[in-house]
Write a protein of this length. Structure first.
Length: 233
């Protein structure tokens, strides 16, 4: 059974989400403030964290940052009444996997939760043509099943989206992806106008795996298109 943590101070929304998450065979735990949420997120393993931005005391962005400091893999969905583009971009770049603006339809909420669960289960989408779960290229090793990356024998700490970007590109060396296509494949939705989110994630990823980010070895820029993994390694 999947376990979901709902961090929301509006009891009515909590109860509504509980009903529909239970219908998806989820066990739901809730928290109404940041301190309680962080304690639960640290002490228990969850399949998904649903996080409201507007909370009393510690705000949702700070909670998201703190969760990501100790847990790089748990999916986080942000709920917020803030619909401005900058808020969505900041939320995604803070480490969230999805951003849903209030008021939202339950049908859309359920669809997005299902996408997140499906993406967690279908790691095989990043397997290479040989069906291998282990990708190796000149110093870098990517273990798809364990979601682990090592560079010259040393572990590289990546966020969930950084890992998924790297795994997708590395599983298809030489194939160029547009920023819009990467948004769709890695985030699961067509975040129209948020292509710069891909740029910032690629820049952070390069900073972790490239010796010289101005002359990258692994993740190359295909000018006028997007990005690709170096096919000559």
């Amino acid at each position: 059974m999947k376990r979901v943590l709902v961090i929301e101070d509006d009891i009515n929304i909590v109860e509504l989400l509980k009903i529909h998450l239970t219908d998806l065979a989820c066990e739901v735990t809730s928290a109404q403030d940041g301190d309680t949420a962080l304690e639960l997120a640290t002490e228990h393993k969850f399949s998904l964290i649903i996080l409201d931005l507007m909370l009393p005391g510690m705000n949702g962005m700070e909670i998201c940052r703190r969760i990501r400091m100790t847990n790089r893999t748990v999916p986080i969905m942000i709920l917020s009444a803030k619909s401005e583009e900058i808020d969505k971009v900041v939320g995604l770049e803070t480490g969230a996997d999805d951003y849903l603006t209030k008021p939202f339809s339950i049908r859309e909420f359920i669809a997005r939760v299902k996408v997140i669960f499906r993406r967690n289960e279908e790691t095989a989408v990043y397997e290479d043509s040989t069906g291998s779960n282990l990708l190796k290229y000149d110093g870098i090793e990517i273990d798809i099943e364990k979601r682990k990356v090592t560079l010259n024998g040393s572990r590289v700490d990546l966020s969930p989206k950084e890992f998924e970007l790297l795994a997708l590109l590395a599983a298809n060396p030489g194939k160029s992806y547009t920023r819009k296509r990467l948004l769709n494949l890695v985030w699961g939705y067509d975040f129209e106008g948020y292509e710069h989110t891909v740029n910032s994630h690629i820049n952070r990823l390069r900073g972790k795996i490239e010796i010289d980010i101005s002359h990258p070895k692994y993740i190359l820029t295909t000018w006028g298109v997007g990005y690709r993994f170096n096919e000559e390694l």
